[in-house]
Design a protein around this ligand. Structure first.
Ligand code: NAD
Length: 353
């Protein structure tokens, strides 16, 4: 694999490989685009099978952050980091602090936060070595509940557009992945009277939602093919692919996972099937909005962050309307909206002050 060719193809500015033999740290930081501001995006820890898999993941995730921040109207660019290792066994203070020093060495071009496999507590160690980290316990904290709130609002927008009602009473939602976001999402959905079908590769994760919200547990392999109104992917990416699209029996795909479409054309495939897709980086923008509020004048205030997250509802309706008007899939409509803002702000920045 040629890293420069990939970076050129996807438009990345910088890719940094970080290694610390003592702590076992093997990390990749990818900075996609800093037109709008410093690149912000979480650090994912995952037991990747190969370095190539980790590289492709960080390149895709950081590109997604550029689009997400732009679509949310934030003055931030796109970046992301991945750490190769098992989050259940390979973490240590030493590793996080080594990672923090690498982040600091980038001088603020990249600001990190938590993501899959990492926690606000891990970020507290990172903060021992750098100020370029957000989502800390004593500031905005875990972004997952706020992300879940945004996804809940996004599901309402999807239902408004596809089912002509944003009321979720009696609406069936299949949630894949009952982690930090998936669980909080189930809570919002249950409160509004939605019927829940839930799947996770760890059975103990789904048990809580069965006990507390009356959810029905589904085998992880069967979650794609259950009859439902909304399929909410809240685990990992690339779950909308050639294999799964044919299985889907839902009207709307709307969930938290990043990079849900394995390939761009899967957005068009969903459209042809009459399934409304809420583009991932728009519906899951609550987390980045939440951590970005740490930079607000006067400091972080959850209420203000949540009011901004409410805008996901209208932003999605704008995406759906653009898709219909331009006769293009929703993922393409979202890309257009995000790219147009970056182009416009780049032109503004040409004015010398
Ligand atoms: P998490 O690690 O807490 O939860 C993910 C869950 O998915 C885990 O319980 C895991 O066991 C489960 N899972 C993994 N593979 C699965 C499979 N094949 N089938 C069913 N379940 C499976 O992560 P999270 O913070 O809840 O994030 C979930 C998704 O949302 C990720 O894609 C993440 O990138 C995205 N996201 C999260 C945030 C946030 O604020 N946490 C923000 C934006 C996007």
């Amino acid at each position: 694999m040629n890293v420069f060719e990939l970076a050129e193809e996807m438009g990345h500015e910088q890719v940094v490989f970080c290694h610390d033999a003592d702590s076992g740290l093997r990390a990749i930081v990818a900075i996609h685009d800093t037109t709008l501001g410093p690149a912000l995006g979480g650090t994912r820890m995952w037991d990747y099978d190969t370095e190539e898999e980790a590289l492709v993941d960080v390149l895709r995730l950081s590109e997604g952050m550029t689009y997400k921040s732009s679509a949310m109207g934030l003055n931030l660019g796109g970046g992301k980091a991945v750490i190769m290792g098992d989050p259940r066994s390979d973490k240590s203070e030493q590793m996080w602090r080594a990672f923090g020093r690498f982040v600091h060495s980038l001088g603020g071009r990249y600001i990190t936060a938590e993501d899959v496999g990492t926690s606000p507590q891990d970020m507290d160690y990172v903060a021992e070595e750098t100020s370029y980290v957000v989502g800390l316990m004593h500031k905005s904290g875990d972004p997952s509940p706020v992300t879940a709130y945004g996804v809940y609002k996004g599901i309402k927008a999807g239902c408004k557009w596809a089912l002509d009602s944003e009321d979720l009473q009696g609406v069936t939602v299949a949630v894949q992945g009952i982690g930090s976001v998936g669980y909080a999402l189930c809570e919002y959905l249950h409160e509004e009277g939605a019927e829940l079908l839930v799947a996770d590769i760890y059975p103990e994760q789904v048990e809580k939602t069965v006990d507390e919200f009356g959810a029905t547990a589904v085998d992880p392999d069967d979650i794609y093919s259950v009859e439902c109104d909304v399929f909410a992917p809240c685990a990992l990416g690339a779950v909308i692919n050639d294999d799964t699209i044919d299985q889907l029996k839902c009207g709307v795909v709307a969930g938290a996972a990043n990079n849900q479409l394995a390939e761009d054309h899967h957005g068009e495939n969903l459209r042809q099937k009459g399934i409304l897709y809420a583009p991932d980086y728009v519906i899951n923008g609550g987390g980045v909005i939440n951590v970005a509020h740490e930079f607000a004048p006067g400091g972080y205030k959850r209420e203000l962050a949540l009011r901004k997250v409410d805008q996901i509802y209208d932003r999605l309706l704008e995406v759906f309307a653009t898709s219909e008007r331009e006769d293009i899939p929703t993922n393409e409509a979202a890309d257009r909206i995000a790219e147009e803002r970056i182009e416009k702000i780049a032109r503004v920045k040409r004015i010398r002050i």
